[in-house]
Design a protein around this ligand. Structure first.
Ligand SMILES: [Zn+2]
Length: 403
């Protein structure tokens, strides 16, 4: 292989070879910068005065099994137009970084299969450099996703640990890709997203969120033509919370015998009736407890019924069912059920919009699990920006899940 071919294979064609030696398992190459770099880095002017050179050490892809370091003489150039002396820009080397573009590409490819530490060991550079290469790549390719074709979105907040607490995440419902990561929660976290969305001129048809009032007003203000669908899983969870609250209230008021019956009932109450385990006698235990307490029984059956809102044949029937459910909840005279009925009535349109767009924030739950895995392998991601860049690339799960 000629020197020229070797240089081209490690991504530094055009450089002038001067010397090579091997030491401690490292391949060293001394070279001079190519003639094409004799121009002003600022204005591109070719009329420059040479003012000596400075040495620079640059990492390149390994040659065979040996890591490779380049020693490059970088010309100092004085531009006759700008009147400034600057270091020449080296072709095929990443600006302001001490690695070649070819090494950057290699690292990005290896990162699809290997951890940061493995890549660092193989290429012979620090973990920090691998991380910075990866981060640069992710930021350039994923952090400004195109929003113009966005039609259906889901918004939810996720908990990311003590330090940053919450992120508000917007996903493209169709692809599952994260299109926005906002810091914190509520209306403020989404502000930059609305701004970018306006700029993109995307036409959002539908959006799924929970019933938080912050989302309600933000959607109404920023995408008034979109159908706002309230996530069914959040609604069911809210009902489960109400049931738990009622059980707790009853337990506090009950005598010793009643307390024993109610004890350990929590999970049975929240389980779907169809999921009750006959072997463990769960149905019988539940029925005993419900028999002792009428309010709990009413609340339990209303909870079981609630899911039927999303099982009607059409929107109209669902509306009738919802009104009926709320009437029954009110008639029960139980306070927690009455507040639940008020909440549902207040969000009626958004609940029934599900029949136009059967969407939910459920996809975000899956993302939540992936984020958990991501944080575990990456020791909590001390680099905040890197973590956010990783989130944007999360839909390429295999890639993103390598620490
Ligand atoms: Zn110049």
């Amino acid at each position: 292989m000629t020197t020229r071919e070797l240089y081209s294979s490690i991504g530094v064609s055009g450089y002038e070879h001067q010397q090579c030696w091997r030491k401690d398992g490292v391949f060293h190459l001394r070279m001079a910068a190519p003639g094409s770099c004799y121009r002003c880095p600022q204005c591109g002017n070719r009329d420059v005065i040479r003012r000596g050179t400075v040495d620079r050490v640059v990492h390149a892809p390994p040659i065979g099994m040996e890591r490779t370091q380049l020693f490059i003489k970088v010309p100092r150039l004085e531009c006759r137009r700008c009147k400034r002396v600057l270091n020449a820009v080296l072709p095929n080397v990443v600006p302001l970084c001490n690695y070649t573009k070819s090494l950057g590409r290699l690292v990005v490819d290896l990162r699809k299969m290997m951890t940061i530490r493995d890549v660092a060991r193989y290429v012979g550079v620090s973990d920090t450099m691998i991380r910075s290469i990866d981060k640069k790549y992710l930021q350039k390719n994923f952090c400004k996703p195109r929003l113009r074709d966005l039609e259906i979105i889901a918004i939810d907040e996720i908990y990311v640990g003590k330090k940053h607490k919450f992120f508000t995440i917007v996903i493209d419902w169709t692809t599952g890709a994260i299109v926005f990561v906002g810091e914190g929660k509520g209306e403020k976290a989404l502000k930059p997203f609305w701004k970018r969305l306006r700029g993109s001129r995307a036409r959002i048809k539908a959006v799924a969120t929970d019933m938080a009032s912050a989302y309600y007003s933000a959607v109404l203000k920023n995408i008034p033509n979109a159908k706002h669908v309230f996530d069914r899983f959040h609604i069911v969870k809210l009902m489960n919370d109400k049931l738990t609250q009622l059980r707790r209230d009853l337990q506090r008021e009950a005598d010793q015998m009643g307390r024993n019956v109610l004890k350990g009932l929590r999970w049975l109450l929240l389980k779907h009736n169809a999921d009750l385990d006959e072997k463990k006698n769960e149905r019988a235990r539940l029925m005993d407890a419900l028999g002792l307490n009428q309010s709990l029984m009413i609340a339990y059956y209303l909870k079981e019924d609630l899911g039927q809102i999303w099982q009607q044949s059409n929107k109209l029937a669902a509306g009738v069912f919802l009104a009926d459910w709320c009437a029954r909840a009110r008639a029960s005279g139980i306070r927690v059920l009455q507040t639940m009925a008020n909440t549902l009535e207040g969000h009626r349109t958004g609940i029934l919009n599900w029949y136009d767009f059967p969407i939910s924030t459920g996809r975000l739950e899956g993302i939540n699990n992936k984020i958990g895995a991501l944080q575990r392998i990456a020791y909590g991601y001390r680099d905040h920006e890197y973590f956010i860049a990783k989130l944007y690339a999360l839909h390429l799960a295999k890639f993103a899940l390598i620490g």
